[in-house]
Design a protein around this ligand. Structure first.
Ligand SMILES: [Zn+2]
Length: 132
C-alpha cells in the first residue's frame, strides 16, 4: 500500500495522548511498563549492538574511539517527545522503520521522537508513505 503522507497521517493516527497518562500507566501497570522498556532500547546501527570500541590513529598517536551513536554501549534509548494512538498497521510500519512503538493493553502507541513540526514532515512518515 502506498499513501500520500497527508492521507497516511489522517487515516492511521488517531490522537495525542498526554505524557501524564502514559506516566501514570507506567507506574501502575507492570505489563505496560515491561513492553515500554523492552521497546525503548535498540541496538546501535554503527556498532550493531556489540558496543565494541575500536582504536584509531589520530595524528600518529594511538587513540581509542567508541561509536558516536551509543558511546560504545551498543544500546541506544529512543527519546519520545509525544505519544500518539495509532492503528496497529501503522505501529508495525513505524517499528520496522526504527520507530518507538509499544502497547497499552490492545492499543498501539507511537512515541514520536520529534515535536514542533507537522507530523507529515517527519522523515519516518515520508518513508512509510513511500511504502517502506
Ligand atoms: Zn554504537
Amino acid at each position: 500500500m502506498t499513501y500520500t503522507v497527508q492521507k497516511l497521517v489522517s487515516n492511521e493516527i488517531f490522537t495525542l495522548i498526554s505524557f501524564d497518562i502514559i506516566c501514570t500507566l507506567l507506574e501502575n501497570d507492570s505489563v505496560i511498563y515491561n513492553d515500554y522498556y523492552e521497546n525503548l532500547n535498540y541496538d546501535c546501527d554503527v556498532c550493531e549492538g556489540t558496543g565494541e570500541i575500536w582504536e584509531v590513529d589520530i595524528d600518529g598517536e594511538e587513540g581509542e574511539m567508541c561509536c558516536d551513536e551509543c558511546d560504545g554501549e551498543g544500546v541506544i534509548n529512543h527519546e519520545p517527545l509525544e505519544f500518539w494512538l495509532v492503528t496497529p498497521w501503522l505501529g508495525r510500519r513505524l517499528k520496522s522503520n526504527g520507530g518507538f512503538v509499544f502497547k497499552l493493553s490492545n492499543l498501539t502507541i507511537w512515541g514520536r521522537e520529534a515535536s514542533g513540526q507537522a507530523i507529515k514532515l517527519d522523515y519516518i512518515m515520508e518513508q512509510i508513505a513511500k511504502g517502506n
